[in-house]
Design a protein around this ligand. Sequence first.
Ligand SMILES: [Zn+2]
Length: 311
Amino acid sequence: MTKAKTAKPKPSDLAFNRSIDFEYGALAEVAPGVRRLVANNPGPFTYTGTNTYVLGSGEVAVIDPGPADPAHLDDLLSALKGERISHIFLTHTHRDHSDLIEPLKSATGAKVMGYGPTDAPRGFATTGPTSNDFVDHDFSPDRELRTGDSVKGGTWALDAIHTPGHAPDHLCFALQGTRMVFTGDHIMGWNTTVIAPPEGNMGAYIGSLECLLDRYDVAFFPGHGGRIKSPRRVVRAYLMHRKWREASIRACLGDGLEFIPQIVPRIYANLDENLVGAAALSVLAHLEHLVEREVVVCDGPPSIEAAFSLL
Ligand SMILES: [Zn+2]
């Protein structure tokens, strides 16, 4: 009997869903009990802007207040006139998600919930999507959340899931009574997530992808971009994409390319020059993960300048 052959999808086929139906300034329902306001901070790392979600009605919760943009705060507060914001949740301390926390807290008296400080190194010395300037080092929640912690409000309840990788303090939030998860920057349908050391950690990221595979969700709502309708398929595709990327880096090392600036142009075709720095950091994240597993050796602590070779 001949086995049926199934074509293995190539990671280069990673199908991004770039559709998002929205209007700046308009708080719109995206699922029963879930509304979204997109901040007007579009860019190569933020896509159409940061998504601020509102849960429930009457007494509501906000996930990720967004960047330091007074117009975004005004839009949120005027759209919620007559309702009360009791809780503010933060997926992670990157400023495009967290800068409006303090102004929103002082306007509403809401309690702030997030992971809180970690022991992990934060930020990066140069500019970039997870640079030092991009990390909100002063975040101090009223309640620190860990995996399994639940918070209940008026018409909603959320479960926290710690998903380090993009940032060490990253949390996803599952909306109880539904199979919907707010994924922040952990999973975004419009692009792969930036994993830039030391802020980002590839081993942790892959573990955090796998932990979402154990769930049977029907929708993810990311921090940037539109709703993700087939979560497990997307998580599996992202895991495969990282495996494929790692294999290409190992192939480069096998060909005698020792340095990250030699590897980047080989594995990223037609890379936008604004994204070269982020690509180099992503390669570093993979190399760190290979060094941790003793597959690759480095001539010192892994860094952008270091020389790497297969063990
Ligand atoms: Zn982020």
